[in-house]
Write a protein that binds this ligand. Sequence first.
Ligand code: TXA
Ligand code: MG
Length: 360
Amino acid sequence: MSKVKLDATRRVALDPGAPDLKALKSAARVLRGGGLVAFATETVYGLGADATQVEAVARIFEAKGRPSFNPLIVHVHDVASARACVADWPSVASRLAERFWPGPLTMVLPRSKLIPDIVTAGQETVGVRVPALPSALALIKTYGRPIAAPSANRSNAVSPTTAQHVLDDLEGRIEMVLDSGATALGLESTVLDLTGARPRLLRPGMIGVEALAALIGPIEFERPVDAAARSQRTAARVGPRSPGQLDVHYAPSTRCWRIERDNFDPAPMSSEARWALLTLGEPPLTLVGRPVAQVELGDPDGAAAKLYLVLRELDALALDAIVIVAPPDLPAWRAVRDRIERASQLWTKLGVGSETPAAS
Ligand code: TXA
Ligand code: MG
């Protein structure tokens, strides 16, 4: 499949709050030589390459098995370097940057000539973000050039929130992973498109659409399921505009079924199925059956921080199914719900008795 096959991936410890200059310089050397360095941000681990080196960026796509139509986010350390990546910097971008950068907000803007086609998947726009984790900022600053970095997982898998997750997916395919421990937020950044008539939410994240709208006025967004359905239709015709909207994008390999809490059926599983139950938000009153494993994530921030870790752990059990009780449809849960909706299929056969999710 891939030509990239390295002997080993170097795992280098890097304090997230007080990063060691020697480690940063050695990572910068790898980047300068066109190599790949995975690093922690406050959201998830990113897989970094020099955004201005076409060959290096090509290796990101190869290592991840990422389709070439899916554009990458460019990471910079301040507004001045963000502006060098874009052809237009509207006043709304200034206001957003002032409030939310460094932080988990990616702004999509018209790209400048600094950013090659391969980064933007041929689009005339580029996603830029200034991450908040001190070690990530220090890496970008030490390197001195923009770093293209998608999440450091194999394409379509769950994003990595630890260095071990990165190695589980990419060991031997990348030169280095900077291990700064588990990431704090656990879900990818909010992606906001500023190139249209109105700002448009492309991916919900921990910075909520309400907080953005309070600062810059109305924002267009679709319910994630509608967006996923629409973007799948579009993808079939022309390739997706923001492939993160595809609903296959963040899924474990075990089949995941989603149950809306209002519809929780007291007898949905057959006795043969080996399955896990993951509950987001308050547990429903009737929990039933005999799951092999059971996890409850009660509050939105805690659930965001642990969701991908839990999905990876449940996936490793090689069960017939993971049944997820979806969190309530409330703004505080929007980003978590979005990822759950992408990772799972709605179980519509609820209540038909002998049918099990694993069997269908
Ligand atoms: O928190 C994050 O954003 C993490 C960390 C590493 O910064 N990165 C991340 O990258 O999640 P990735 O590639 O897994 O997701 C980037 C998302 C995708 O949904 C992509 O389609 C969208 O941003 N995107 C990037 N550039 C875009 C552009 N020019 N136009 C529209 N969507 C874009
Ligand atoms: Mg990703």
